[in-house]
Write a protein that binds this ligand. Sequence first.
Ligand SMILES: CC(C)(COP(=O)(O)OP(=O)(O)OC[C@H]1O[C@@H](n2cnc3c(N)ncnc32)[C@H](O)[C@@H]1OP(=O)(O)O)[C@@H](O)C(=O)NCCC(=O)NCCS
Length: 218
Amino acid sequence: MEILFATDLPFGRCVAVALPIDEQEIAATLHPEEQAFAQTLGAGRRGGWIGGRVALRTALQQLDVRLDAPLLATPRGAPLLPDGISGSVSHKRSIAVALVAKASGAGIGVDVEQVDPPRLSIAPRVLTERERAHLATLHEEERWRDVLTRFSIKEAIYKALDPFVQRHVAFSEVELAFSSDEMAVRFFLREWEGPFEAAIHWFTHGEVIISSARVLKK
Ligand SMILES: CC(C)(COP(=O)(O)OP(=O)(O)OC[C@H]1O[C@@H](n2cnc3c(N)ncnc32)[C@H](O)[C@@H]1OP(=O)(O)O)[C@@H](O)C(=O)NCCC(=O)NCCS
């Protein structure tokens, strides 16, 4: 197994492992109930799930968290973590990432997205009207990166927000406003939950963007 990086990000400890992994070799490092769950998954989902659990376990060990129970899933699909810990997982074809932190009342989320190939056709689904207007002001070669960054940050926000709202949140319910090199997050939640405050972070690692978010109810 190859650890791509293990680092402190603003919202927690982040560990990334390279995919694909040798599932036979890794299976033995998982909790027996995690191994059993992994066997229920189809081939398309199993490698990412195992990679995410390996990244989670590694990150939790680095926070000195005791790992007695299996890291399965909540009814909402988020990783089920030990008491007192918040965390999130994301995986794409080449990488699985986990973000964990001591619970502080905030939700945290992580997302990883492959930069290639460009898929600009997702823009109408991901962007609000104001974000689309901003996109139109950019040079053509900057547009895909803008859309993908917003997509990834919104997915990280979704995971951080989910413990509070426990429902599907559409991309149009969150707007990201660029100002120089900072970003502000505005919520337009259709159920009027909140108010929430969000902080975000993102960086590029090789061929992927890794975004993270922390959401707090004010
Ligand atoms: C759930 C969702 C965010 C997952 O994103 P994805 O790009 O498909 O997949 P990722 O690899 O990034 O993330 C998958 C992980 O998300 C986590 N996850 C799933 N549902 C979750 C939830 N409700 N809350 C938090 N985390 C969740 C799981 O850990 C899952 O990995 P695992 O099953 O291996 O443990 C996405 O499928 C989704 O439903 N998005 C809703 C719309 C949205 O993002 N809106 C943004 C506006 S805020």
